[in-house]
Design a protein around this ligand. Structure first.
Ligand SMILES: Cc1ncc(COP(=O)(O)O)c(C=O)c1O
Length: 476
């Protein structure tokens, strides 16, 4: 094959400068997203190493990673036990691809998942992303309740960005400019009356095959109430639908529980979707786990057994990684770790919000997934920006309010060497406090001391410059 350009080697990739990387992103990945990331100070660094709670730039600048990898890094970066599992797997040339033969790793992981999920959640299907698990769960519930037409989800939900998972994501309605599946409706988050009313309305129009919930919403940083869950169980008895619990974000102790649904006694969802920290921060793995009744109804015959498959179905090293990742959570008592992290974060949030009632609007969360809302540090300036007569800036209504927390996030990085993140959703405006579950008390203290310093600073030119630049990029 004659190439017009020489392909880059791994060594050449590792030696690219930030400008060269950005040029490649602009040309071969996503030009505007490259611009957005470039506005943040961390968009000016290249990272070459990651260990535990820290990431290191090429120049060996040490950054405290307080993002928890958005749910992927409960074990921190490059956990030693997980790394060793993978190194051993590779060293012994274990079999990775097993499409036509049995895999001991897939078998063991499926056993372990059922073991920790309890109830009759016994049938596992392994795939690769949260959205893929959700869509598999939707197909399963649809066929298990044959003849019924509708699926219900919450108005604030997030279940992914594929066609079906995007359609049912209530928090994404405005952004969902793509084809949609038919027959989905929304109920108000955590409102049993709203759900009950929808079920009753839809009964005569074909009935509901599934209600999908996030037992803990990572968008609102709130869990469902016992009242809602008990009501949901009662409604399932009456209307006979499947309950899908989307635990993609909140499982693996991220929100305080091994699985958040286990917080509610007597709650037995029909299908669970899982991902993120199941892969120990090293493999992109997801799963749906169903009770036998539901699964066998749909895929329980010779004719139907292979109706839902995928090429990358639980490859060897991914499964070995997940087995180790889950066992670490148990062996190293992550339950205790997360309770202590939650206590420390809450103490700090309470202290700061009492000390700065005019700066901190509120906070929300559980386990190691919290968010802080701020009053604007740039009030007058915001008003000025809102008045700019630009259609684009109006249609990007959330931009202005996001700039405030974006500026805090930027300062945490540039002045205190902390990587954090802010909500993407239109439904919330949080600076997330969501460290990995290996975070130490000192690191939590450092994070909050740094927040305190940032909110105590006077508005400076650098901040105004940053805001103007971001607004300009959007208007342009
Ligand atoms: C609750 C929930 N469900 C589904 C998804 C989609 O997962 P993915 O981005 O891997 O497709 C996410 C992603 O954050 C999520 O938080």
């Amino acid at each position: 094959m004659k190439l017009t350009r020489k392909n880059l080697t791994i060594n050449e990739a590792e030696n690219l400068s930030i400008e060269e990387i950005k040029n490649l992103y602009t040309e071969f990945v996503n030009p505007k997203q490259t611009k957005i990331f470039s506005n943040f100070p961390f968009g000016k660094d290249v990272f070459s190493k990651a260990e535990g709670m820290y990431i290191f730039t090429k120049e060996n600048k040490k950054i405290l990673d307080f993002t928890g990898g958005l749910g992927v890094l409960n074990h921190g970066h490059n956990n030693k036990r997980i790394m060793n599992t993978r190194i051993e797997f590779a060293k012994k040339s274990k079999m990775e691809v097993h499409k036509l033969v049995f895999s001991p790793y897939l078998a063991a992981l499926s056993h372990n998942l059922s073991n920790i999920l309890g109830s009759d959640l016994k049938r596992t299907f392994l795939c690769n992303s949260g959205a893929e698990a959700v869509e598999g769960a939707m197909k399963l519930a649809y066929r298990a309740n044959k003849g019924k037409k509708f699926i219900l989800s919450s108005d604030k939900s997030y279940h992914g960005k594929l066609i079906a998972s995007g359609t049912i994501s209530g928090s994404q309605i405005k952004n969902n400019v793509f084809p949609k599946i038919s027959n989905n409706e929304f109920f108000e988050f955590n409102d049993i009356n709203s759900l009950s009313k929808k079920l009753s309305e839809l009964e005569s129009k074909g009935g509901v095959y599934a209600v999908i919930i996030e037992p803990f919403s990572a968008t609102l940083l709130k869990g469902c109430s016992s009242e809602f869950i008990n009501g949901l169980i009662e409604l399932r008895k009456k209307y006979k639908f499947s309950i899908i619990c989307d635990e993609v974000y909140c499982a693996w102790y991220k929100c305080g529980e091994f699985f958040y649904f286990q917080k509610f006694s007597g709650f037995d969802p029909d299908i669970i979707t899982l991902s993120k920290s199941i892969g120990g921060g090293k493999s992109s793995l997801s799963a749906l786990v169903s009770n036998t009744k539901t699964y066998d109804k749909v895929y329980g015959s010779y004719e139907t057994a292979t109706l839902h498959t995928t090429t990358y179905n639980g490859f060897g090293e991914e499964c070995a990684t997940a087995i180790e990742a889950i066992n670490i959570l148990i062996d190293e008592n992550y339950e205790k770790k997360v309770k202590s992290i939650e206590k420390k974060i809450l103490e700090n949030l309470k202290r700061l919000s009492e000390k700065y009632p005019k700066k901190i609007k509120g906070y929300q969360g559980e386990g190691s997934l919290f968010g802080i809302e701020f009053y604007s540090l740039i009030d007058q300036f915001e008003k000025l920006l809102i008045n700019i007569p630009s259609e684009k800036i109006k249609s990007k209504g959330t931009l202005i309010s996001k700039l405030n927390i974006a500026s805090i996030c930027s300062k945490l990085y540039s002045q205190h060497k902390i990587l954090s993140f802010i909500s993407e959703s239109n439904n919330s405006n949080f600076l997330y406090v969501a460290p990995s579950l290996i975070v130490s008390d000192d690191e939590i203290k450092y994070f909050f001391d740094s927040i305190e310093k940032v909110i105590n600073e006077n508005i400076d030119l650098e901040l105004i410059k940053y805001i103007l630049k971001t607004a300009y990029n959007v208007i342009k």
